[in-house]
Ligand binder design. Structure first.
Ligand code: SF4
Ligand code: SF4
Length: 424
């Protein structure tokens, strides 16, 4: 693609990789068919190829972007299907991340939008504040489905929360410890579904992995990162890195695939920073996803349920762990039921479900329709954002669980309320 980036822009540690993505794109359009927003809208400006042109023009010129550029870049999910599909290895992630950061620094959004984004960055990253928000969401639950736009999206997600018990701070000790892994508490998951980390602790303990709560860490920084708020995102990353450096561990885990992908990308966030880049690279090399730690184990579950497995985009396109969840479920004695368009984003995409509620709910209903057509007994995924977003949709009555919760149940863990009510 023709470009007019200056040598200084190309050499910049943050902007340079974005310019490389632009320079690598040959404009073939192979990526367009895999792009959820293009599939829905059919507008070139809502395809990867169209957005690459918009981002190139914006970054080359610098300064304030146009409303049109912001509108179409905001509608990108950052699902990275296009990155996986591209035969020219265009690293779209580097480009869209840089574009979001540029918009955040140079575009004057309307006041309501700025307040909403600030609230997401400051409130949703802190479980204590999320729990207070959940109380309001539960009060508004009876009318959540009729509330408009972003307010309705937030109320529906909150109303679908199913917290069971407190967030665990201690985890079972295996008889023989093969690995000692630090676990980060994350942010919204601790408030919306704290039982997930409990199940992860039991499942991994059966495989000889001891989890130790990583004191001093919190959110991974993915939520502000999705909005281009790199200052906030780096602050969370620094906290996690410092906390990890205080102990001796064999790795660091966070139990949502979207967050795992964020941890593994820390080095790039600090590119060009002589102090933090090497520390971030060390941390990123130690980051593990649940699917990497949890070896498949042959089991006979209480019931051989038919399971629909929703592979989050972060798992498919960033972590590249395709097939790992299905292998664990099959070894555990479940019947994995395939469904159509499993590669397409469900519309959760970090903060997207709140910031783009119309497109997000269209993608959700499409996903739920495809899953329902496969008639599973239960739906599982490894990412809290997808779980919560899908649970807030309509048309699927089956339980929706984290992969670790179902494996734990299969391996003799505590009885699960949602599975106990399944019809025989
Ligand atoms: S497939 Fe790759 S090279 Fe082709 S238009 Fe898409 S990003 Fe550009
Ligand atoms: S990241 Fe996803 S939504 Fe964005 S352009 Fe690529 S395929 Fe489309």
């Amino acid at each position: 693609m023709k470009y007019a980036f200056t040598p200084e822009q190309i050499a910049d540690p943050q902007l340079g990789p974005a310019t490389k993505a632009v320079r690598s794109c040959v404009h073939c359009g192979i990526c367009t068919a895999t792009c959820p927003t293009y599939v829905l809208l059919g507008d070139e400006r809502d395809s990867p190829r169209g957005r690459i042109v918009l981002m190139k023009d914006m970054l080359e010129k610098g300064g304030a972007p146009t409303r049109e550029q912001v509108y179409h870049i905001d509608r990108c999910l950052s699902c990275l299907n296009c990155k996986t599909a591209c035969p020219s290895s265009v690293n779209y992630q580097r480009l869209v991340d840089q574009a979001r950061s540029h918009i955040e620094d140079h575009y004057n959004r309307p006041l309501g939008e700025r307040i909403l984004r600030w609230t997401i960055a400051k409130v949703m990253t802190r479980p204590k504040l999320v729990r207070i928000g959940l109380l309001f969401a539960k009060l508004g639950a009876p009318i959540a489905a009729i509330l408009p736009g972003r307010l309705g999206a937030m109320a529906q997600i909150g109303a679908a929360a199913r917290p069971q018990g407190p967030e665990p701070t201690h985890f079972p000790k295996p008889a023989v410890i093969k690995q000692r892994i630090a676990i980060m508490p994350g942010c919204v998951q601790g408030a919306l579904a704290p039982q997930i980390d409990g199940a992860v602790g039991r499942v991994l303990a059966r495989r000889g992995i001891e989890l130790v709560a990583l004191e001093g860490s919190g959110c991974c920084g993915a939520l502000p990162h999705h909005m281009g708020r790199e200052h906030d995102s780096r602050a969370w990353a620094r906290k996690a890195i410092i906390a990890y450096e205080q102990g001796q561990y064999d790795g660091v885990l966070i139990t949502a695939t979207g967050c795992s992908a964020q941890l593994k990308d820390y080095a790039h966030q600090f590119a060009g920073d002589p102090v933090w880049e090497p520390r971030a690279a060390k941390f990123a090399a130690a980051a593990r996803d649940f699917a990497e730690l949890c070896e498949p184990v042959k089991t006979t579950p209480p019931r051989a349920l038919r399971v629909a497995y929703h592979p989050a985009c972060s798992l498919q396109n960033s972590l590249k762990l395709n097939g790992a969840g299905e292998a664990m479920l099959e070894a555990a004695g479940f019947i994995v039921t395939p469904f159509a368009e499993s590669h397409l984003c469900c519309g959760s995409a970090g903060t997207y479900s709140i910031l783009q509620p119309d497109l997000s709910s269209q993608l959700r209903q499409r996903k739920l329709g495809n899953i329902a057509a496969a008639t599973p007994d239960v739906l599982v995924s490894g990412n809290i954002g997808c779980l919560q977003h899908l649970a807030a949709g309509q048309g699927l009555t089956q339980p929706i669980l984290h992969l670790a919760e179902l494996l734990d149940w299969a391996e003799g863990g505590p009885s699960n309320l949602e599975l106990a009510t399944l019809p025989h």
